[in-house]
Design a protein around this ligand. Sequence first.
Ligand code: BG6
Length: 518
Amino acid sequence: MDAPTKTAAACLPSNSKTAPPSTLVIFGAGGDLTKRLLIPAIYNLVNDQALDDKFQIIGVDLVPNDDQGFRNHLTENMRALIASGRGEFASAELDDQAWNWLISRTFYVSGDFGNIETFTKLKALLDQREQASGCGNAVFYLAVAPRFFGPVVEQLGRANLLDESGAHFRRVVVEKPFGTDLQSAKALNKQILKVADERQVFRIDHFLGKETVQNIMVLRFANGLFEPIWNRDHIDHVQITAAETVGVEDRGRFYDATGALRDMVPNHMFQLLSMIAMEPPNSFDADAIRSEKAKAVEAIRNLTPEEAVRNAVRGQYRAGKVLGKPVNNYRDEPNVSPTSMTETYVAMKFMIDNWRWSGVPFYVRTGKSLCTRRTEIGIQFKQAPHVLFRNLNVGEIQPNMMVFRIQPNEGVSLRFAAKRPGREVEIEDVRMDFRYSDYFKAEPSTGYETLIYDCLTGDATLFQRADNIEAGWAEVQPLLDGWAANDAPLEFYEAGTAGPAAADALLARDGFKWLPLT
Ligand code: BG6
């Protein structure tokens, strides 16, 4: 019995802030996600002293390379990223001490993801580490093209790399997109869960790494003020926006086969929707929270494909100017079909059929090449009865609107009516505004720091369970089917505008208006 106890002790973090010692194995080590987000996030974690002295990285990719070559490649890339000013870092120069600490713990295995030999080599390296340090914890991060998700996990299983019978943990992080529809998501879950236990699987949705998204739960459940009015008696409708100024950039091949609906709605938009709509969980435990979120999404009303099409708008951008810069027609973007029917914009209406939300519409919209970059959630409360001011000429009183600004200008605001100073009773809308930056100094963050740290510590709260993923796909499947039948109009909008007019009409039908984007 002695040996495992010793091993377990060696696997504990060196202090309460550091994650347990572990090896982060990155599949797709030469790819874009690794260089743009993962390595910068890990570097920020090093600066934050959140990693254990026994932490190490093993990069795996097809390109032949060795440890030193891989280290040089990462160093060049980090220097370029920091110099470009595009990254999220504490200082304008690479901190040599932190970087050297990290790079000296970085190794490389070259090999094909489909070939068992790659995994045998990897196993030998991990076993060697377990012998040397007494700790064999490992997290396998799949920063690879989605077609490799299933096969890589299968090979990990075949090579016995997911076996936790020693005193160590083995976890798998799966990136988005998780499937392309309900059927493929179910098949992928099945394939993964054949070799891994659900508690070993960490399905990423990077929106959950955003502080402001996590704050929705705190605002709702740590304050006595909001929850009593958070229901159909007081809320008129909810609107969720993720507007982007970027177009498809160099992702034409992926995007044209994907579109805005698959890319954003069952994942990111439903994360926001479920945070707003979920019931209070019994505890802050990962499963309690994820169960409530899944229930909220599952309560979305099932529609036929025809109904789903009637409650949605699909748009595609045409040439225009975004923030002063000319933008091509979507159909002229590289690797996009000149007759593409892919939507770069989607707006949808959902009804949630449960006790709390019956009769309250939830609208979501997301699109590319719009006039502004803004992710926000508007909660419109019911109009005051108005009786008191009926005989006064006070103009139209707007209903109260609470807005969660997810990004940028992170914060929360509340619109309400106030009396304009003067002898006459005149009413005007004013805003109470909380801005994160007025109260807190945020650490530089790519958004992946929290997610990587949580995965190393085994906290799955911010990751999607199989049922969360499937619930999301199940709710958008009727629209995917309806659009596939191809009788829904494609609304064109000029790049740099707020999107197609049909999206305004979707809300106007119910007597509502989107929050302005400009
Ligand atoms: C990604 C989508 O998941 O999220 C992109 O694939 C989108 O198309 C991005 O641009 C938006 O994330 P963020 O954090 O920039 O709002």
